[in-house]
Design a protein around this ligand. Structure first.
Ligand SMILES: CC(C)(COP(=O)(O)OP(=O)(O)OC[C@H]1O[C@@H](n2cnc3c(N)ncnc32)[C@H](O)[C@@H]1OP(=O)(O)O)[C@@H](O)C(=O)NCCC(=O)NCCS
Length: 169
């Protein structure tokens, strides 16, 4: 792997994170937003980063290569007592860097963090057409827990979504 650093995202990264997200939303259909849809300004993005850093059961990580953010992972912790042991994950990596282990490194770091703060569960949803991501999550120990039928509407087609989870021992 190249010299890629996995690190926490800081408020000063707001503009770079926003740029990364916009690039991801336009180069893959597998993120939640479409390219023209994400409203955040750098100020809003700073608020988003602060929210993740201030919440004890949330975190936001980035992969940096030569000063450029090429991937990120957010883990959003549950906000009520009954679900605060669990965090919902979302992530993306720039297409030109796929297959270099970047997402796996982000997930490995997130699992260590989750263990450190004694979370019990990580979970995510992923389009059933996103074979690449599903394979990677399986490799990392996530299990398929269910299917949400027609959960995504993409270019006029409905897609099922896989619910995947990882229970920390
Ligand atoms: C899914 C995604 C995050 C993977 O990132 P990545 O940095 O390329 O992932 P890694 O290099 O760590 O792992 C890739 C793994 O995918 C699998 N893979 C690679 N090419 C594949 C293919 N063509 N088909 C199926 N699986 C494939 C392999 O298992 C590979 O791991 P291995 O080679 O070590 O066995 C990235 O492709 C991405 O950002 N996609 C668009 C956004 C997205 O889908 N986000 C997740 C939504 S839930």
């Amino acid at each position: 792997m190249m010299n890629i650093v996995t690190r926490n995202v800081l408020p000063d990264d707001a503009a770079a994170l926003l740029e990364l997200k916009k690039a991801l939303f336009s180069e893959t259909q597998f993120m939640l937003y479409e390219a023209d849809e994400y409203p955040a300004s750098a100020e809003q993005e700073t608020g988003f980063i602060n929210h993740f850093n201030e919440s004890v059961n949330s975190t936001i990580l980035a992969s940096e290569l030569d000063g450029e953010l090429v991937g990120f992972l957010g883990a959003a912790g549950g906000d009520s007592k009954k679900i605060k042991h669990s965090a919902q994950i979302f992530l993306g990596v720039r297409k030109k860097h796929w297959g270099q282990g970047i997402a796996s490194a982000l997930l490995t770091e997130t699992m260590s963090w989750a263990r450190r703060i004694q979370l019990k569960r990580l979970e995510l949803t992923v389009s059933s057409n996103n074979h690449r991501a599903i394979k990677m999550y399986h490799n990392q120990g996530f299990e398929l827990e269910g299917i949400k039928k027609c959960a995504i509407s993409s270019n006029g087609n409905f897609e099922d979504e896989c619910v995947m989870g990882y229970v920390l021992k």
